[in-house]
Design a protein around this ligand. Structure first.
Ligand code: GDP
Length: 814
């Protein structure tokens, strides 16, 4: 066990060239947690016999039970590369040989992808873990794409090599082809998503460069080609770098003639197979058979000695000990991380322009580009992590410039524990105590008066499933409300609302909510809670233009508003939601006229978007010759209200354009105030919707199932029972697995994963990602239709009156 003192840690935090901020990203189940544990064991914070089984980064109970990683946790590791290695690797700087590696663990399940996004913001490099047997999968692609967009440099770790060797009984050449396929697939993704001429330099994965490692996280061994080149360099009298090139790709060696060739010739064998795989398999076999004499002899030849303790171990324990003595997985990964991933000093030169919203020549930007500890403080908080003190949080984030020293406390997260530090200069990832009071979810902290924000995170998931919660014991209500407040603070993708006296939590999917509610019960509220079954969040829309102009009079009858509704052109809602439209009125109007056939004059008179002034519905003043300025604010307030709670069942609206066609406004401001106009506007908007064939929109997932070909029939039948429409079916070459992608209404996905498990004996793997909204079949205004049934049940859940308001009740006559 290696423990380092606080002095060493503080010192390491100042050596910016020797810091690596990295995330480990992977598809769920590819071995990220297991590998992370090997790293932790090497850095000495948990005992090394437990690595591979302890799951130190999975600190929350729900994760242990589900066996998946949910919260991204920051952990700092200290690793001394040693003076000799520094020299050998050509690393010369004044910062010494100790490296501080801040590792941000992130989940592999798509339901939690906001957590991944939050983790990526604060790191500069990523170790991409791929299970070499199942290959590159959906989530690997999603996360790698996100990483490249944020200018996060990747290295590749191919895990589960033990399975490729033993379970599948492949020949060395077949193993080589499997591994080469993975490398090529990753490179294809990088070529697709990376910028041309990336400032990160050459991003291609190439084992002979050392940015790819191989191994078995479970058994604690791993290597990159440098380790093997090092073994043979003396024998061949070839420099390590040069030899690495021969140990991958089309390089063959003939032991009889002692010749290297770039084509297979009689008697020659591929360098990788001969010098890497063969000795590896031989020793692995001896160690797995627990043939101690043979294992020691083979290792001794390579210059490694087993200790007496190792020799006393039996079975798997012996195998692990022997393999770790020779090829510790952590060293292969650390070597790759240190040599191939950038320090904050390097990364911030090219990442600042992506991260900072302000001008790139102000003091904050200059200090970030230079990673200057004496510049103004710029820190991005990406996550709130519950602290031991009940109800309080560490605000975890990255210092980009300046030095943070708080009156309260700054902490570094090491393994399972937290260490206080005096201050933290730029380049580091730390937690702050005391800022949780001032910050919700994420944000920028700065000492520079004119600082702009570091860009807010864009999340790629929508909260489309919700659950109502209440305390089991009514007297715990206050605790539940407080718990919900905390939950809302911490979770990037949760909406907490209260509707008709009910507390509702909305999340990305069933699993996401399940985990979050468990956190709510155990951590945030600490009281037993009752949960309703999950229900889908719907939206309301209209399908054609109002059949008439609808009149609404104010209560005092002195003001008249004439309105109509119509659907927005296809694609515009999404563009509004992404925030793509310009805020410059003229520019925006031109764009809408050119791309969506708006009348340019009308497009210039968009009063507002809604709900929340930014949602995918618009209100336009299309009156002529009427002075509407006095009522504009009140009408907009009515529009915000209606776009948040539509006429059908108080669901948010989507894709609707409302027009004010005409108006008669009383000349005395006392008679046309908000209390007169807001209710009138709401009635007019309701009437406009009811006359424009209103409809419900339901969320649709892109469901991805990965499974062996043998069970594809069962998968298809489960999908079709659940209204799934298959859009793509892929068969991975060289693997028995295939992937099916299907659009499936979210409403049909509850219990999906259990059903799939039982129908395929657990061989299918499922992920659901929100894809789009679609119109629910049936007219909600015609009783007996599917849409009317859903409207009725949503009204009931929300405690609304049973019936949709009738047109007569909201439409006024002249
Ligand atoms: P994560 O979801 O990516 O964090 O994956 P985990 O680290 O939890 O690993 C998923 C499963 O794969 C666990 O059952 C591990 O024991 C197993 N596993 C991890 N690494 C290896 C490996 O190298 N070889 C084999 N055979 N199994 C592994």
């Amino acid at each position: 066990m290696v423990y380092i003192s606080m002095e060493v840690l503080q010192e390491a935090m100042r050596h910016r060239h020797n810091i690596r901020n990295i995330a480990v990203i992977a598809h769920v189940d590819h071995g990220k947690t297991t590998l992370t544990d090997s790293l932790l064991a090497r850095a000495g914070f948990i005992s090394s016999s437990q690595a591979g089984t302890k799951r130190a980064t999975d600190t929350l109970k729900a994760e242990q039970e589900k066996g998946i990683t949910i919260k991204s946790t920051a952990i700092s590791l200290y690793y001394d590369l040693g003076a000799e290695n520094m020299k050998q690797f050509g690393l010369t700087n004044s910062d010494g040989s100790g490296f501080l590696i801040n590792l941000v663990d992130s989940p592999g399940h798509v339901d939690f992808s906001p957590e991944v996004t939050a983790a990526l913001r604060i790191v500069d490099g990523a170790m991409v873990v791929v299970d070499c047997v199942s290959g590159v999968s959906v989530q690997t692609e999603t996360v790698l794409r996100q990483a490249l967009c944020e200018r996060i440099k990747p290295v590749l770790m191919m895990n589960k090599l033990d399975r490729a060797i033993f379970e599948k009984g492949l020949s060395p050449e077949e193993i080589y082809c499997t591994l080469r396929n993975v490398v090529e697939n990753v490179n294809a993704l990088i070529a697709t998503y990376a910028e041309d001429e990336s400032p990160m330099g050459d991003l291609m994965m190439d084992p002979s460069k050392g940015n790819v490692a191989f191994g078995s996280g479970l058994h604690g061994w791993g290597f990159n080609l440098r380790q093997f080149a090092n073994l043979y360099a003396a024998k061949f009298g070839i420099k390590e770098e040069k030899l690495m090139k021969r140990l991958w790709g089309e390089n063959f060696y003939n032991p009889k003639t002692c010749q290297w060739t770039t084509e297979v010739t009689e008697g020659s064998v591929r360098g990788f197979n001969q010098f890497v795989l063969e000795p590896l398999i031989k020793i692995l076999q001896a160690a797995t058979d627990c043939d101690k004499a043979n294992t020691s002899a083979l290792l001794q030849k390579l210059g490694y000695h087993l200790t007496q303790n190792d020799l006393e171990l039996e079975g798997k324990e012996f195998m692990r000990a022997a393999m770790k003595t020779w090829l510790p997985a952590a060293d292969a990964m650390l070597d790759m991380i240190i040599l191939h991933l950038p320090s904050p000093v390097t990364a911030q030169t090219y990442r600042t322009e992506l991260l900072y919203e302000g001008p790139l020549d102000d003091d904050a930007a200059e200090a970030m580009k230079a990673c200057d500890p004496n510049g103004p403080l710029m820190m991005y908080i990406s996550k709130m992590v519950p602290s031991a003190e009940k109800g309080r949080f560490y605000a975890v984030g990255r210092v980009f410039s300046g030095t943070v020293a708080l009156a309260k406390k700054t902490v570094v997260m090491m393994g399972g524990s937290v260490q206080g530090v005096d201050d933290a200069p730029c380049g580091n990832i730390v937690g702050l105590v005391g800022v949780d009071k001032f910050l919700q979810k994420s944000g920028t902290i700065s000492t520079f008066e004119h600082a702009h924000n570091l860009k807010v995170l864009k999340f790629s998931v929508s909260p489309v499933v919700r659950v109502a919660v209440e305390p089991v014991n009514p007297q715990d209500l206050a605790k539940l409300v407080e718990g919900l407040r905390r939950l809302n603070k911490v979770e990037p993708l949760v909406q907490v609302t209260s509707e008709a006296g009910q507390h509702v939590v909305a999340g990305a999917g069933e699993l996401h909510l399940e985990i979050i509610l468990q956190d709510l019960e155990e951590t945030y509220a600490g009281v037993p809670i009752k949960k309703s079954d999950p229900v889908v969040k719907y939206c309301e829309t209209v399908t054609r233009e109002s059949s008439r102009v609808c009149l609404a009079k104010s209560v005092n009858k002195l003001n008249k508003l004439y309105m109509m509704a119509s659907p927005l052109p296809e694609g515009l809602s999404e563009e509004i939601e992404r925030g793509d439209l310009s805020s410059d009125i003229k520019e925006r109007a031109r764009y809408l006229a050119d791309n969506y056939s708006f009348d340019v004059n009308e497009a210039r008179k968009i009063w507002c978007f809604g709900p929340n002034n930014s949602g995918p519905n618009i209100f336009i003043d299309s009156t002529h010759g009427v002075d509407t300025t006095r009522v504009r604010d009140a009408i907009c307030a009515g529009f915000q209200w209606v776009s948040n709670e539509g006429v059908l069942c108080d669901e948010t609206m989507r894709g609707v354009r409302f027009d004010l066609r005409d108006a008669q406004i009383h000349s005395d401001p006392a008679h046309c105030g908000g209390s007169q106009i807001i209710p009138a506007a709401r009635r007019g908007l309701f009437a406009s919707m009811l006359t424009a064939s209103p409809a419900l929109l339901e969320p649709v997932y892109m469901v991805e199932v990965q499974c062996p070909l043998t069970v594809i029939g069962s998968v298809m039948s489960v999908l079709s029972r659940r209204r799934g429409v298959v859009v793509e079916q892929l068969h991975h070459s060289g693997s028995p697995l295939c992937t099916v992608k299907a659009h499936t209404p979210v409403n049909e996905t509850f219990g999906f994963s259990e059903e799939l498990k039982s129908q395929t004996s657990g061989q299918a793997f499922l992920q659901c990602i929100f894809d789009h909204w679609q119109i629910l079949p049936g007219d909600p205004l015609v009783s007996g239709s599917k849409a009317a049934e859903i409207v009725a049940s949503v009204r009931k859940q929300k405690g609304l009156s049973a019936n949709i308001p009738t047109l007569e009740s909201v439409l006024d006559k002249l």
